[in-house]
Design a protein around this ligand. Structure first.
Ligand SMILES: [Zn+2]
Length: 69
């Protein structure tokens, strides 16, 4: 179970242009949120559909500079 939501984060293939929600066919893109590791400064970008609130992950990892915290 993921923190912050009762719904599981679904996997999404990174291919083509990504603007359409596979769950509800909403076509105007996604909101963006970040899921941070507790142990490091690494995180993963999570996309949220503004229409049906499904959450998706692409394995899109980010890290932040240690000078900002
Ligand atoms: Zn949707």
């Amino acid at each position: 179970m993921e923190m912050g939501s009762k719904k599981r984060i679904k996997g999404l293939k990174a291919q083509g242009e990504l603007y359409k929600c596979p769950s509800c066919d909403y076509q105007d893109g996604f909101h963006v949120s970040f899921k941070w590791s507790k142990k490091s400064s690494d995180g993963e970008i999570v996309l949220i559909c503004p229409n049906c609130h499904s959450r998706f992950r692409l394995g899109w990892n980010v890290s932040i500079s240690k000078s900002v915290s």
